[in-house]
Design a binder for this molecule. Sequence first.
Ligand SMILES: *Cc1c(COP(=O)(O)O)cnc(C)c1O
Length: 383
Amino acid sequence: MKKYNISTKVIHVGNEPDLINGSIIPAIYQTSTYVQNEPGKHKGYEYTRSHNPTRTRLENCLASTENAKHCIVTSSGMSSISLILETLTNGSKLLCGNDVYGGTYRLFNSVYNNKVKIKHVDTSNLKEFTKCYKKYKPDIVWLESLSNPTLQISDIKSISKLTKKDKKILVVDNTFMSPCFFTPISLGADIVVHSLTKYINGHSDIVGGAIMLNNKKIYDKLWYLQNSIGPTQSPFDSWLVLRGIKTLSIRMEQHQKNALEIAEFLERHSKILKVIYPGLNSHPQFELAKKQFCGFSGMIGVYINGGMKEIKLFLKSLKLFALAESLGGVESLIEHPAIMTHASIPIDDRQKIGITDNFVRLSVGIEYLPDLLNDLNEALSKI
Ligand SMILES: *Cc1c(COP(=O)(O)O)cnc(C)c1O
């Protein structure tokens, strides 16, 4: 299926009609166990923690979207990230971007900190990264294709050249870009991780995670760990993702179309100090963004001209943008990273990377654009 475009793959790969009855939509195999002909003789499925036919379909679909050979679907983005850390031996060194999802930061620095040595660096600054990489000599490098929440971009091709030369592992959390706009494995990344909760499912009705990779040895280890520890996704949730992902391409197109217009509108607005969006000329890595990605996604960072009082009034005045954590659903969301998604990062570290009290993050949905612009305009006029 490699020859097909992603818009075709998300509809067909893993969604092959049922061979027995022709059902065009895959069945939900809502089962925990499978009957065996004689002890140890089964049809490839023994127990749903280990494998489930609906989940297998989703794994095939997701592997194809990232041009990977293997995929493991887990119960959440965080459990996917945990499984990758579980593959590391005690005392391994991890070099991580300094702006990552708050939950990732917490997992690294307060759950795995006794097992793995963690160092943070600005991966979007290639010179600084290279210097740190050569001195620290990490076993694994972790970064986000578009960092959360300040939307910084790292030069994956150059970074993967360094890690490949030393046979070290490069992991890219591709949640913010989605495989429509970026496939990190094609630029040399070893492992891609996604929170399925966000763009891939796209309808804010499940939590899930996925790991995509080509390395069979690491895949076997990850599967062994998932089967042993148990963070598997339910058949029904896998089925919902199989359904949600079919519209990924057209959703992403609309997300980015709306987001670009909104980013330009906000950049011109007198109550706004600064807008961060990779599709804007003003983004510090705009040139890299154009070269590395095929789209700019739907996330926007905004610095509002005001204090906590004004920000709270603005958030309260919005009618369409819902105040909520998460992102990537069809509906527009807004959130306050310092208080919400990134509260687990110590305040000093937070402020250093730009997560200040006047910073909000928008996940632009696929509603009718003039409605979204009106909503923002009216709420901004209140402050
Ligand atoms: C949400 C998110 C995660 C965690 O995923 P869950 O599905 O919430 O467990 C990891 N990385 C990024 C970039 C995210 O946005």
